[in-house]
Design a protein around this ligand. Structure first.
Ligand SMILES: C[S@@+](CC[C@H](N)C(=O)[O-])C[C@H]1O[C@@H](n2cnc3c(N)ncnc32)[C@H](O)[C@@H]1O
Length: 480
């Protein structure tokens, strides 16, 4: 008898109702047109609970005793937590040079500072803020009452945040000297945030949607600064506007807000003051519709001398959203590759998040799935190359980097990682050539331009890194 083809798993009849309950509770409108992706996650919970279908699972979620814990596990399954230190360097430059000095100067009488990282994932954003505050205040930090609160809906992210340990992937673009300064090495591949940067940070569970139905804790208020970055991308546009309004109401009168770098929305400028800062925009509590230039630094009271050499690029000329890489001139006959502003961004977040969590097999699965739909996305091939390298499949990793470069030969980071892979494989000639290509592309850009898919690495940083690798690749090292 001929073998029967195995049917793809069918989404069951109760799924639409379950899906709308999930979206209603978490705000994740992102899943509205992604049944397959959501179903895959729900199925994990069906397997774990031993329940046969969505309808029975909904009954469990509605159970007064076991329901809340199961909601927590489901929320942990469906949320995407990509994050890393000093993500979007322009915003951290703005925080270091303008926003935090302004707040600190204004609050110097009460010496009380309250900061909220809303949707904090595993905590890199909150710890980055703590590092900045520590470096700016220096010894006088002891005289201040400071709270940096990180909140998230995902309990497992919060647990990781409290441990404050981060892997190689999350810190992949941080120069070693910065890593030494802010972290203690735990083993070859893991680092823990130093205690002095942890003491003013705390993490709590909080669903942002509770800001809209009046169930949010009242003490979440009077913040001098709120960061809510790369969270709102998952919500319905109407919910986004409501949430931004609710967050604004939790600011002090002159408080500041930073939203995701790529999430500008004209409505926000009717709700708050827009402050243009180099390479980014910030918002301030106010009647709205006003656009203000940044307060001149010279008008701010003097702060401790900047002994600190931060891992942040100098400010760039104003440019609200980071410039995207151009399509390669060498591929005119190919259909237009999806731009970075297209939908795969959320998917890339997820791929990076899986890799951050060390789940490279899952990251690879997501890459393959995404590539089946978007075979011409150079970034997806690039990330697959990185992930395959971590999975110790160098041949396939090389192929992925080459695919990426075929689609976009100006992709500096793909040349760079291909070069490192080839050097590690003992192919010095071609490895050096790839690294040199990366440096050449970087040389065509201003030194402070951040490179795509490089987590804040600038063109100058890349040229320096290439130089260091080429210098280290001596015949003696190669065994020649
Ligand atoms: C992509 S991460 C962003 C982390 C960090 N803000 C950053 O930019 O690096 C998005 C985070 O938002 C959290 N999140 C999603 N929906 C949420 C909700 N309804 N309430 C609170 N947090 C939520 C997710 O769990 C995830 O950790």
């Amino acid at each position: 008898m001929a073998a029967r083809a195995v049917a793809a798993p069918l989404i069951d009849a109760g799924f639409p109702q379950l899906k709308s309950r999930i979206i209603e509770r978490t705000g994740h409108f992102y899943y509205q047109d992604k049944d397959d992706l959501l179903w895959e996650r729900v199925r994990k919970r069906l397997r774990a609970t031993g329940l046969p279908d969505s309808t029975r699972y909904l009954t469990l979620l509605d159970d007064a005793i076991s329901g809340p814990a199961e909601w927590g596990r489901l929320e942990a399954e469906i949320t995407i937590g990509e994050t890393f230190f000093f993500r979007y360097a322009e915003q951290f430059t703005a925080l270091r040079d303008t926003i935090l000095p302004e707040i600190i100067a204004r609050k110097s009488a009460t010496r009380r500072l309250r900061i909220w990282s809303a949707g904090c994932s595993t905590g890199a954003e909150a710890f980055s803020l703590s590092i900045l505050v520590n470096e700016i205040l220096g010894k006088s930090l002891e005289d201040w009452r400071i709270v940096i609160l990180g909140t998230d809906i995902n309990d497992s992210f919060l647990k990781a945040a409290r441990q404050a340990q981060f892997g190689k992937w999350a810190l992949r673009s941080m120069p070693p000297q910065e890593r030494e300064r802010y972290f203690i090495g735990i083993d070859k591949d893991r680092w823990q945030v130093r205690p002095e940067f942890r003491s003013i940070v705390r993490f709590e569970r909080h669903n942002l949607l509770s800001l809209l139905d009046g169930t949010s804790p009242l003490e979440l208020t009077e913040f001098d600064l709120i960061l809510c970055r790369n969270v709102l991308i998952y919500f319905h546009p109407d919910t986004v506007v409501e949430l931004v309004g609710a967050l604004r109401d939790r600011l002090t009168e002159d408080g500041w807000m930073l939203l995701g770098h790529a999430e500008p929305n004209p409505t926000f400028s009717t709700m708050m003051q827009v402050v243009n800062l180099p390479g980014t925009v910030a918002y301030r509590h106010g009647s709205g519709a006003a656009t203000t230039p940044a307060p001149p630094v010279s008008q701010l009271p003097a702060l401790p001398p900047p002994e600190w050499k931060p891992f942040l690029p100098p400010p760039k000329p104003a440019e609200p959203v980071k410039a995207k890489r151009q399509a390669p001139p060498s591929a005119p006959t190919l259909p237009k590759a999806p731009s970075a502003s297209d939908e795969p961004d959320a998917l890339l977040e997820e791929i990076r998040a899986r890799a951050d969590a060390g789940d490279f097999a899952a990251a690879d699965g997501l890459c393959r799935k995404a590539l089946a739909e978007q075979p011409l996305d150079a970034r997806l091939h690039f990330y697959r190359g990185l992930v395959l390298r971590e999975l110790r499949r160098p041949g396939e990793s090389e192929k992925s980097f080459l695919n990426s470069l075929y689609l976009d030969k100006s992709f500096a980071m793909a040349h760079y990682h291909l070069g490192l892979l080839l050097l590690a494989d003992g192919r010095s000639g071609s490895g050096r050539r790839s690294l040199t290509n990366a440096a050449r592309i970087a040389a065509t850009m201003p030194g402070d331009r951040q490179l795509d898919e490089a987590d804040g690495l600038t063109a100058k940083d890349l040229r320096d890194l290439v130089r260091a690798h080429l210098a280290a690749d001596t015949p003696a090292r190669r065994g020649g």
